[in-house]
Design a binder for this molecule. Sequence first.
Ligand SMILES: Nc1ncnc2c1ncn2[C@@H]1O[C@H](COP(=O)(O)OP(=O)(O)OP(=O)(O)O)[C@@H](O)[C@H]1O
Length: 962
Amino acid sequence: MRGNSTANGSNGTHDVDIEQMESFDGLISGDWLSSLVNWLNGILPDLRLPLDATEEELRQYLIDGTIFCTILNNPRPSSDGGSKCGPVNVKRFLVAMDEMGLPSFELSDIEQGHMMPVLQCLKTLRVCVNSNGEVNNIQNPSRKTWNLSGEFERIQLKQGYNADLSDATILELMKPSSLENASTQSLFSMLYRIMDGSIERNKRDLPHFVACLLRKIVEEIEWRVSTRAENLKNQNNLYRAREEKYQSRIRAFETLVKGTLEENKVALNKLQHIKIEKSKVEEMGKVEKQNLLQLKKNNIQNDLEISRLRKELESSKEMHERHCLQLEAQAEGTKAVLEVKLKELECLLTDSKKKADDLQSFSESTQKRWKNRECSYQSFIDQQFGALKGLREISKSIKREALKTKKSHSEELNHLGKKLKGLVDAAGNYHLTLAENRILYNEIQDLKGNIRVYCRIRPFLPGQSKRQTTIEHIGENERMLDAHRLFKFNKVFSPATNQEEVYLDTQPLIRSVLDGYNVCIFAYGQTGSGKTYTMSGPNVSSKEDWGVNYRALNDLFQTSQSRKSSIIYEFCPSQPNGLAVPEASMHSVKSTTEVLELMNIGLRNRAVGSTALNERSSRSHSVLTVHVRGTEIKTNAVLHGSLHLVDLAGSERVDRSEATGDRLREAQHINKSLSALGDAIFALAQKNAHVPYRNSKLTQVLQSSLGGKAKTLMFVHLNPDVDSYSETISTLKFAQRFSGVELGAPQTHREGGDIKELMEQVAFLKEIITKKDQEIERLRLLKGNGNGIKHRMSSLRGHSRGNPQQSQSLSRQQSLENYEKTASDADKCSVNGDKHSEAGSHLSVDDSKLNNESSAQTNLAGTDLGQNTNDDIELLAFRDGNSEERLCDTSDGDLPMGGSQTDGSICIAVQLTLFPEPSKSSDKQEKVGKSDKAEKSDNTRKSTIPPKLPQLSQKVVQTHAT
Ligand SMILES: Nc1ncnc2c1ncn2[C@@H]1O[C@H](COP(=O)(O)OP(=O)(O)OP(=O)(O)O)[C@@H](O)[C@H]1O
């Protein structure tokens, strides 16, 4: 209840009218204000007014219309333009206080620091504090009004105004509600004062009223404490409630903020979108502006155009009007003229009508005439139609007949076609049969050991303009027809055949060398017929042009490499024909390039010269020998094979080759060795016991291949030129006979592992025996040389006088014996000769002796052996009308050889025949003369004695017959 009365101001306090206060203006010094605040803080520590508080802050603390608030609420001008409370306001306030009957004070009191009057004045004023004793703002509901009168009293006591409580004062204080307006602090001070006074007053008993006052004061204090505690509790609850409320509000605000942020985002997106739209709209606006400008321009142009057109229209309108006027004038003129003309025409019309009538009558009569004619024509046409019908029927019947004939023709054609097909099939079979026959024939020849003969015809050379060929036909079945005769060989290569095709037919033979066969391939033919082309090829650097030599070596090398897992092929130094091959002549071949290099060395060393028949004529025989020894890894068996590739120097007629001097001597040597080759071959063909291998180095070298069950092939080369006809015929005849030679079935040279050792021992022993025999024979020969020859000559003469047949066989036998002896000497001499060849000289004294001997023997053989030798010589020396040119030299060139032995798989010896030293030639010239004479006598004999041809196969003979 006490609070309520305070709040209503019913206890004598007054609320200052703020409206009224604000109208006051006046000045008050800042010092006064701060000393007032200090003082208030001193007496009211809970108030805690800041000294430098702003007006706004002070307004919050000093409320409820207190003097401070009033003072502070009145702004006053200051030197720095701000606002401060001033003394004028206080003056006005004091006046107002006075008017309201409230105690007042003087301004000078404040200025001089006399606070008593001020406090007097203020003690009825109230300040508002909360339950905690703190000054609060006006909205605080639990406010309390403090009476400052108690404080006033305490200050009075402190300042010694009133040292003791008088009785009157005590009575005053004992009045009801007098303590209520005093502060708690003043109540306590009062309490202490009473207590202190009592103690000082001789410790007398407290009077009753003082005791009552004390009790009252204590009650008042207790009441205040309890009230304050309660207020504090309420305050706390209130704060908590408020806190929760604020918390919920904060949360609400947070959610609101979130929502607002999202909305902001959406709004931003929209804004972006709107911006884009705006830019678009702006662009469109720009475009439209441009369009508008364009339209405006167009509009202006259109306006100009319209005005121009209007002008034109007006001018044309005028023109038109003028023209109309002119036309009208013209029309009137024309109308008059037309009227005149109309009249004229009417006159003409009447005339014409008359004429028309006349004409009509005339036409009617003509029509009648025509009708009559039509009738006659119609009857004629009808007749023609009838005839046409008849013709059509006839043509139909003819067509039918033609169809019938056509049908029968096609049937006949079909029939013929079938027959033809049968014939074609038969022809095909015929060709197959022919091919089979050829293969079988070749096989039979192989079995028999026939020498194979391949014939190659070279094309006309670019310089040859005549182009008249002597070869008429090259048949399918390896037949070849010259102008008068038919020749048949194992193979005939036309001028169009290339090097590879030639080699393909030779390849099986080459490969058999690796199987242990001896193989010998000759190139034979007249000078310039293409021997070197076939054997070496025109251009070594181009693989396509390679001849048989290069291809064969390459092939052997490649094949040996491919077989190296089963057979190891290696160098074999021994020579089957007994000729010692210097070590230097052997080369190990490890690659195709090496093969080529070796071949080139051989080619470079070969003598080449120019003749009338061949610009680069080979002036020596070229013999390329490959010895192969293969050892089978499994069985340890050894295979020996050898390959001789012989490019013979060209046989030539000296008159045609226009050879003289050295060339002539070369030609003689060449023809002589060819002659010796022919002798050897035909001796083999006749299966003679003796074959004259030692007549030339060529035959010596080839002995193993010719007589050792070898496979032999001869390329016969022909020059198709008419000028070479006689040479061509001679060559063909020779080749034909050559193809009939049977050497016996070829044999492979294979030795088993055990046999090999025995063979080596036997060979060693044989060698010793041969040496001994040779020594004995030589001694015997030296001893009985003169007598022996005489004896033989006389015995020969004696025999020739007797039975011719007997004498013939005897002389042959003796000559063979002699030949054998001479041959053994020749062996010895050849060994010596080879030894000499290492030193560069290919002839020795023994050699020349041997040549003399051998020439004598050959002459003897030529005399005694009669027909056979003559036949051979005829073939080899192209004996025809020019018998003087036949060359018969029994001597031969040496065979220098070069190379070295190495460990290669295949080794080759390039053996080139060179010509004897010129010193030999004088001797030989004499012999040539002699042999020519002998040959002449042979020629005369030849016509009377029928030639004894080598046995030819049945087929070949038949071919000759055809
Ligand atoms: N089949 C061929 N195709 C083209 N040209 C060839 C053929 N055969 C030979 N010739 C050419 O004919 C000429 C003579 O050939 P080649 O030298 O081979 O004859 P030859 O018989 O070896 O002669 P000689 O005995 O004189 O040495 C050369 O120019 C050669 O190129």
